[in-house]
Every structure is written in structure tokens, then in C-alpha cells.
Design a protein around this ligand. Structure first.
Ligand code: NAG
Ligand code: NAG
Length: 208
């Protein structure tokens, strides 16, 4: 009986430590990333703070009048291998999150405050647009152009969840007007007048 109890205890102990070793792979951020993510920290060095992100607060407004705070694997090592990250955006009255894509991630928008008009354009160029407020969740399928406008009174806030530990972001305005792409090419490919291209290059700090 004694022996059986000891055996059971030893078995539980071994399975417990085995299970905790595969419960998570907290990133060893100093080790450098591989295509499969970061290597795991030694389980004995993992702390509860690896699972808690403490800087999830509004940041500084950007040129589009919103602030964007990301909780991604590089600052939140517990996300390593979980195919998931989060961000909040806080957007001034009249502010916009301009047309952009995340080539590698689906996005879920959860409104926490205010009235936002959000939308995406499907790959057959159909717009899907809706004004959403607290209580609404909007899914933006992976890779599609999308945008958000604060159409309500005062500031609005939302949380966004991505199925990637660090989604890529490409903003349409910056891709076209925020770099040194030859203005003649921008004019030809967008059908905009030279004066409009010049104005937009000025606005988004592009050259060329
Ligand atoms: C940004 O928002 C502030 C506060 O609502 C407003 O005064 C300012 O005009 C806005 N700026 C732009 C560029 O929209
Ligand atoms: C959002 O829209 C609703 C319905 O039109 C309105 O009652 C509410 O005051 C609006 N809230 C804000 C923050 O604009």
C-alpha cells in the first residue's frame, strides 16, 4: 500500500513537471528569434510577470490623431508560440485609422468606448462598413484593406486582437506617399494629378 502510494505520488510529480514544461514557451528574448519563434526560457526562470503586460495604456497621438499601444511578443514574452497579440487604439474625435492591411493576421476589433465607423474591402472590392459601439465586435479577415473612423463625440477606444504574435502593418497612405517612390510613378499608378501627389507627399513626409 505504502509502495503504491509512493508510486502514485512519483507518477503525479513526473506528469506535473512534464505538463508545465509544455504548457508554455515563454520567449527567451535575448536568444534571438528563429522562424519558429523565440527559444523558450528555462521553465525554472519563468516568472508570473512574463504573463502580465503592464504598459497597456494610451500612448502619444500620431499624425492621424490616434495612439496605438501594442502588446506583442517582443515586449510580452508569454505570447511566444501562442499565435496571438493585442493592441489598443485611442482615437480623438474626428480621428482616423487610415486604410491599411495586416498581410499575416486576422484582426478582431472590440469597441470599449465611443462610436466608430469601421470597414474592410474584400478582395473582389466589395466594401463592408458598419458603425460600431461598445458591445460590438468586428472581424477583419486576414490581409484585407480596412480602416476605422471616430464618428462619435469625444475620444473613442477599442482593443484589437490579432492571430499573430507580431502582425505586420502596411498603411496605404505611407506606402504611396510616405517614401521616395518616384512621383511620376505615383501619378501614373493612382491617376492623381501632380499637384495632388505633391500635396500628399508633403503631408506624409515623402520625397521624389
Ligand atoms: C487632433 O485632435 C485634436 C483634439 O480633438 C484636434 O484639436 C486636432 O485638430 C486634431 N488634429 C488633426 C490633424 O486632425
Ligand atoms: C454614439 O451613438 C449613439 C447613437 O447614435 C448616441 O446615443 C451616443 O451618444 C453616441 N456616443 C458618442 C460617444 O458619440
Amino acid at each position: 500500500m505504502m509502495f503504491r502510494a509512493f508510486f502514485l505520488f512519483a507518477f503525479l510529480l513526473s506528469t506535473t513537471s512534464h505538463v508545465s514544461a509544455i504548457d508554455f514557451c515563454v520567449a527567451d528574448l535575448k536568444a534571438g528569434e528563429t522562424p519558429a519563434g523565440y527559444p523558450c526560457k528555462a521553465p525554472t526562470t519563468v516568472k508570473v510577470d512574463d504573463f502580465v503586460f503592464s504598459k497597456y495604456l494610451p500612448g502619444k497621438n500620431n499624425i492621424f490623431n490616434f495612439s496605438f499601444t501594442r502588446a506583442i511578443v517582443d515586449d510580452f514574452p508569454a505570447l511566444n508560440g501562442l499565435h496571438l497579440s493585442m493592441a489598443r487604439f485611442d482615437i480623438e474625435e474626428g480621428g482616423i485609422v487610415p486604410m491599411h492591411t495586416h498581410a499575416d493576421a486576422t484582426e478582431v476589433i472590440v469597441v470599449s468606448h465611443g462610436n466608430l465607423t469601421a470597414g474592410f474591402i474584400s478582395s473582389d472590392n466589395t466594401p463592408f462598413v458598419k458603425t460600431i459601439s461598445e458591445g460590438n465586435i468586428f472581424v477583419i479577415p486576414k490581409g484585407l484593406l480596412h480602416f476605422v473612423l471616430n464618428v462619435g463625440k469625444g475620444k473613442a477606444s477599442a482593443n484589437v486582437i490579432f492571430d499573430s504574435v507580431r502582425p505586420s502593418v502596411q498603411l496605404f497612405n505611407l506606402a504611396l506617399f510616405g517614401n521616395n517612390l518616384d512621383s511620376a510613378i505615383v501619378e501614373k499608378t493612382t491617376f492623381l494629378d501632380p499637384a495632388q501627389v505633391k500635396k500628399l507627399k508633403g503631408r506624409f513626409k515623402g520625397s521624389g
